[in-house]
Design a protein around this ligand. Structure first.
Ligand code: PMP
Length: 349
């Protein structure tokens, strides 16, 4: 084994148990739509054959719906793999991968796997990316920058003007991955509204990462995509593990795109619940930044682990980040209320 991997922590997802309400992984509660289920069943009939390695139909559908060309799109086995592949494609020993912290845990892990160095820039006091400090942290060894918007696990978004100013400062040979895993849940005001695909058109070094795991409800099928300059997509295509995006996943993603309006309409309910849950938590005295994702962040510091343990005991599994905070998925009223009842007891203990 490589000695430099010895310090690599094991990824521990939110642990659940039968009967628990799972609010740990930002999933949706809805099972796939009937049309998606039948596409999956139909695809299962060809499970004896390898998948389409180029995910041609899906790539074409995505390109059409996003207004880009097929050589600007790469499907992957979850957008987490696309994060990893972007790191591999850009960075090795001696190179730097820059991102805000706290943010998505894959960034430091995959950077370490690649043997590159992680440069982590603390979020502002409002738990937002500090884009000015990130720009100042760029060196001649920076190869890749992640901007997670909305940010996991805080749910916060950057201001559109700040993002543009940042992109203008990034040298054109440094790739910027705009990780938009949760963008379908965002209801952005004028100061924050932006179009990632538009930014990709304008800035050749911007790659947008999206997923079918969240708003499209296909977390188990592991499918996401990158939209970027053909030179970046070509590199991602070379690194792509052959046949790693399964036939059932491709079929489900295509069927989900066809049902896009119905699926995305559900995000309105989550956005309304998010406002209700945030207000209720603040009323109880919790510090909760404005979230634009399908989760909220409770900045609990040292209380994070005991708070999460109290939730588990109360039948609700949340995601603690020890010493920092707790991330709680927002789903539907009954589930959110079960969590709020525990949060109320904790606040009044
Ligand atoms: N990016 C962010 C910010 C995420 O939170 C996640 C999922 N936790 C992913 C990417 C990866 O999602 P998936 O691999 O399911 O597409």
């Amino acid at each position: 084994m490589r000695p430099d991997l010895e310090s690599l922590p094991v990824y521990v997802p939110g642990k659940t148990y039968p009967g628990a309400i799972k609010l740990a992984s930002n999933e949706v509660t809805h099972p796939p739509l009937p049309s998606v289920m039948s596409a999956i069943t139909e695809a299962a009939a060809t499970a004896n054959r390898y998948p389409d390695n180029g995910a041609v139909e899906l790539t074409e559908e995505l390109a059409k719906s996003l207004g880009v060309t097929t050589d600007e799109v790469q499907a992957g086995c979850g957008s987490v793999i696309l994060c990893q592949n972007l790191i591999t494609a850009t960075s090795g020993p001696g190179d730097e991968v820059l991102f805000a912290w706290r943010s998505f845990e894959t960034y430091p892990l995959a950077t370490q796997v690649a043997g590159a160095s992680a440069v982590q820039v603390p979020l502002t006091g409002d738990a937002v990316h500090d884009l000015e400090a990130m720009a100042a942290a760029i060196t001649d060894r920076t190869r890749l920058i992640f901007v997670c918007n909305p940010n996991n696990p805080t749910g916060t978004v950057v201001e559109a003007a700040a993002l543009r100013a940042f992109l203008e400062k990034v040298p054109s040979e440094v790739v910027v991955a705009l990780d938009e895993a949760y963008f379908e849940y965002a209801r952005l005001d004028e100061a924050h509204a932006y179009d990632g695909i538009e930014l990709h058109r304008e800035f050749d070094n911007v790659v947008v990462l999206r997923t079918f795991s969240k708003a499209y409800g296909l977390a188990a099928l592991r499918i996401g995509y990158a939209v970027g300059h053909p030179s970046v997509i070509t590199a991602l295509g070379k690194i792509h593990v052959p046949f790693s995006v399964g036939t059932l996943s491709q079929a489900a993603a295509v069927a989900s795109l066809h049902a896009q309006d119905e699926l995305l309409a559900r995000t309105d309910d989550v956005a309304a619940e998010r406002a209700r849950v945030t207000a209720a938590l603040r009323e109880l005295g919790y510090s909760v930044p404005d979230s634009q994702a399908n989760f909220v962040w409770l900045a609990l510091g040292e209380d994070a682990a005991p708070f999460a343990a109290a939730c588990t005991e109360g039948g609700v599994v949340v995601r603690p980040f020890a010493g920092d905070g707790v991330r709680v998925t927002v789903t539907k009223r009954e589930e959110d209320d079960a969590f709020l009842a525990i949060a109320r007891d904790w606040a009044q203990r």
